[in-house]
Write a protein that binds this ligand. Sequence first.
Ligand SMILES: [Mg+2]
Length: 218
Amino acid sequence: MAVIFDCDGVLVDTELLANRCFAAALNRAGLPWSVEETMRWLVGRSMGACVDIIESETGKKLPANFLADLQAETFASFRATPVQPVAGIFGVLDWLDGQSIPYCVASSGEIEKMRLTLGLTGLLPRFEGRMFSASMVERGKPFPDLFLHAARGIGVEPEACIVIEDAVPGVEAGIAAGMRVLAYAGAAHADRAGLVAAGGSLFDSMDDLPRLLSNRGS
Ligand SMILES: [Mg+2]
């Protein structure tokens, strides 16, 4: 068995900070999207996919510097706040280490973003050499490519991998990859019905994860 963690919302509590920045940048570009709307439509997808969705929904083209400016603002927000680890995640990683169960992270975000948020939260040493980004594959979540790439990267068969996700496109990607998906719904923004509909098994606290991972067949 191996565990593949999503990053944002599963390891690090970034989604509210990132989506506040995203909504503010869209508002400046003349698109009145709320934080709730960016959360609903964009969470769990790569930035390129987010821009495609926004442009097709609104029929407007975003400014050329939109993503570069947004990344700078988002990274500044992560540093200033600073971003926190998801509650209980260190206990989960300690348990996995104790069981000698391999794990890695597979994110729609860039490696640079993972290095920053994992670094700020003290999680980076746990994932050195085990970070996989949608930028490494042709198609990001909800397609299975990234999780299959991560499984290959850690040398574990897909059917032996368990995915931990908090967003619907990520659950869809894990199911499409033939993996069992445990869907973390502990955050206020969790789309509980959507996570279940996509095939995830809901859990609300990282403290419960070692027990859930022990029940492999269920
Ligand atoms: Mg996520």
